[in-house]
Design a protein around this ligand. Sequence first.
Ligand code: C5P
Length: 406
Amino acid sequence: MTLSGRRILLVIGGGIAAYKSLDLIRRLRERGAGVRCILTAGAQRFVTPLAAAALSGDRAHTDLFDRETEAEIGHIRLARDADMVVVAPATANLLAKMAAGLADDLASTVLLATTLPILVAPAMNVRMWQHAATRRNMATLLADGIRTAGPNDGAMAEAEWGPGRMAEPTEIADAVEGLLGAGQEGGRAALAGRHVLVTSGPTHEPLDPVRYLANRSSGRQGHAIAAAAAAAGARVTLVSGPVALPDPPGVAVLRVETGREMLAAVEAALPADIAVFAAAVADWRAAGAAAQKIKKDGAEPPPLRLALNPDILATVAGRTESRPAVVVGFAAETEHVVAHARTKLARKGCDLIVANDVSPETGIMGGARNAVHLVTAETVEDWPDLPKEEVARRLVARCAEMLAGR
Ligand code: C5P
């Protein structure tokens, strides 16, 4: 009962995913939470207030101007009487209203009136999700401190495929736990109120409009770290290169392609309390990527001239202003793992290096497990071979300890 005694106000928006919100009510109650629902007019076209009321064990609220419910529990009390607000499904329209601060029905009025943490689970058609207007609205909401769960990639109701599917009820319930710091020691999240910045994945460095240099990083370890930090109660910004992974629940994800874009996104996301650089940033990019596709006409292959990419970790660790209190780097090596990590620690100016052997025979690159050594200026700690999620949990706990000791 990880959410025992917690009260969730669930705003159900008008999308086909609303049926999954009925299951979300059950998943939250299963974990001990009390759930009170607000349904928009659109939501009521998909699910009934009666179903929400029956599953939540409380009356469902629908109307701003209903005299009876306003007298019994006004919209301002609805906005206050909970530990957090979950909006699921968060339709494009509801997100737009939230971003603009519109209050023209009960749901949007409560969302404007509340000072509680808000988690949104977006769900919409892929084209609506990718529309510039929705992207602008999401950027505004994230800057306002609103958390997100999903959306996931997958099949959509309209026989299309792509990002826009609402996160699964268990993923949303996990994000709620993360936000409320449930299941943590003493019921308090180790990183509540903290901002954690994580980089993950490879970068793609263009040679011309169709070709790029890349590496084999899957982003699994970095994404797991972002998820673990969110589960520890932190506000998390994940700056990710191109990966084939779903967004971790409750994490703000900024997608980039190149190392230079990653540096810009990281600097824009500062300040942070903890920064973990798990991305495999390309060390080099093509010097002067061609504006047009390089043709195969000549007898000689074209020369490949490279330029050094900015070192994001070293740049951030070397900052005099808004340097995160804890800066962690990774060192993927194929030999002399610990010795190389030591040198890297000093050269990059970070507080901790997570070193691992990525020789092909270890299967770590792209695999589900990782065997790491934690290297500081004074110590080396060898961790056993663990699932990447467990490495992430332990690493986040270690960063929280380091932060507390500052
Ligand atoms: O120098 P090397 O690439 O081995 O260093 C690895 C560490 O530095 C990782 O933490 C990686 O995320 C970070 N890095 C970076 N920017 C670069 C190269 C590496 O942040 N351009």
